[in-house]
Design a protein around this ligand. Structure first.
Ligand code: TRP
Length: 364
C-alpha cells in the first residue's frame, strides 16, 4: 500500500510554537526521512472561510503568511506539494457527494465542532457551511488517497468522521476511497502545547503565543512573563514542576547539549528539575535558559522568513506549481468517485449502450 501523507492548516494567522511542535516538526521529520510516496500540505482557505466568511481579507492575507512560515521552517517544495484548498475544485465536488452520507445529528455530535461552536458564539444559529467542514475535510484527505494524517489530538474527531464517510462510500458505491489514520506527535505535551499563561493551548485568540518570527526581544519578554509556580517566591523556596510552563517548554525543547552551552552548573533536565524542587534555583535562571534555547530555535526560521518576504514571486510560484500537481491527483479521484456513483455519462461509453439497451431493445 502506498504511503500518502496529507496535512493542512487554516490560514487565520501566522504559525506559532504550538504549530511547530504539534505538527511542523513532525512534518519536517517525515519529509526528511523520505519514507513515503507522496506528501501534501494544504493551506485550508475554504475551511478558514467557514468561520471567517465575514472577514475574507484575513484569510486572503494569511495564505501568504502560512506559505512563508512553511518554507521558513524548512518544508521543501521539491519533496512536498504545498497547495491552496480553494484552487482545487474537485474538493468542493467531493464534499457535495459526501454530504449525502452524513446525518445532521452526526455532525452536531463532533466534539471539536461543538467546542468551536461555543467559542465562536454560533450556538443560536450555526452556519451550515461551518457545520459541514468535517465533511469538506474528508474530501481534502480522500481526494489524495492520503492514509497518514499528522495532526494534533483536536483533529481526531475529523479523522474519525473521515473514516466513517470512507466506509459508507465504499459500502454504498463499491471500494473507492482509502481509510485515513491520524499520526500524533510522540510526546503527549507536544499535542497541546500550553500558552505562556499556562491556562490553555497556545492560541492566537487567547494572546498567549510565541510566534515563529518573534524577535529576540519579543521572545525574551514572553518567556519572562511565563507562568511558573506562584508559591516559589524566594530562590531558596522549593519549586513545583507540574503546571510550571517553563518546565513544560524545557521538556519539549531542551537537549543535553544546551546545558553545556547555556547552563553548565547542571548536567541535564532531570538534574535541574531536582534542584528546582529542592529549592535554590531561581525562576530567572530557568527563564533565561529557556529563552536562550527558544531564540536558537526561532532565529533561523525568522531569518529565512525575512529573506522569503523579499522573494514573494518565488513563494507564489511554489503555490501555483503545487496547485497544478494537486489538481491532477484530486481530479483523478473525483473521476473514480463519479464512476462509482454512476454519474459519468460522457466519459463512460457504457452509458449510451445501457440506454440503447433500455430504450431500443426493451425486454418486455
Ligand atoms: N482542520 C485543520 C485545522 O484546523 C486544518 C485542515 C483542513 C486539515 N483540512 C485538513 C488537517 C486535512 C489535516 C487534513 O488545523
Amino acid at each position: 500500500m502506498k504511503k500518502i501523507i496529507l496535512t493542512g492548516d487554516r490560514p487565520t494567522g501566522k504559525l506559532h510554537l504550538g504549530h511547530f511542535v504539534g505538527s511542523i516538526r513532525n512534518r519536517l521529520k517525515l519529509q526528511n526521512e523520505g519514507n513515503y510516496d507522496e506528501m501534501y500540505i494544504m493551506i485550508a482557505d475554504d475551511q478558514a472561510l467557514t468561520d471567517n466568511f465575514d472577514n475574507p481579507k484575513k484569510v486572503r492575507d494569511n495564505v501568504m503568511e502560512v506559505a512563508l512560515d512553511y518554507l521558513a521552517c524548512g518544508i521543501d517544495p521539491s519533496k512536498v506539494t504545498i497547495f491552496i484548498q480553494s484552487e482545487i475544485p474537485a474538493l468542493t465536488e467531493l464534499t457535495f457527494y459526501y454530504m449525502n452520507l452524513v446525518t445532521l445529528s452526526r455532525l452536531l455530535r463532533n466534539p471539536t465542532v461543538k467546542s468551536e461552536v461555543k467559542l465562536r458564539g454560533f450556538e443560536e444559529s450555526i452556519p451550515s457551511g461551518f457545520l459541514n467542514y468535517p465533511v469538506s475535510q474528508t474530501a481534502d484527505i480522500t481526494a489524495f488517497k492520503a492514509n497518514i494524517i499528522p495532526v494534533g489530538d483536536d483533529q481526531l474527531p475529523m479523522i474519525e468522521q473521515a473514516r466513517e464517510i470512507v466506509h459508507s462510500f465504499n459500502r454504498v458505491y463499491g471500494d473507492t476511497l482509502v481509510e485515513p489514520n491520524a499520526l500524533l506527535p510522540d510526546k503527549e505535551v507536544c499535542r497541546r502545547l500550553p500558552g505562556i499563561d499556562g491556562k490553555a493551548k497556545m492560541s492566537k485568540s487567547l494572546g498567549n503565543c510565541i510566534y515563529l518570527d518573534d524577535s529576540d526581544e519579543e521572545i525574551k519578554k514572553k518567556v519572562m512573563q511565563m507562568y511558573t509556580d506562584p508559591d516559589h517566591v524566594k530562590v531558596s523556596d522549593p519549586g513545583k514542576i507540574e503546571g510550571n510552563v517553563v518546565f513544560t517548554y524545557l521538556d519539549v525543547f531542551c537537549e543535553d547539549k544546551h546545558f553545556k552551552q547555556y547552563l553548565p552548573e547542571y548536567q541535564n533536565l532531570t538534574d535541574l528539575k531536582e534542584h528546582y524542587q529542592k529549592g535554590g534555583v531561581g525562576d530567572v535562571t530557568i527563564k533565561q535558559f529557556l529563552n536562550n534555547i527558544l531564540c536558537e530555535v526561532i532565529k533561523p526560521i525568522r531569518e529565512r522568513k525575512r529573506e522569503l518576504e523579499n522573494n514573494l514571486d518565488y513563494v507564489l510560484d511554489v503555490l501555483k506549481k503545487g496547485v497544478e500537481k494537486a489538481n491532477l491527483k484530486a481530479n483523478e479521484t473525483l473521476k473514480e468517485v463519479k464512476e462509482h456513483i454512476g454519474i459519468d455519462y460522457f466519459t463512460n461509453p457504457n452509458y449510451l449502450e445501457e440506454m440503447k439497451e433500455k430504450y431500443q431493445n426493451p425486454k418486455d
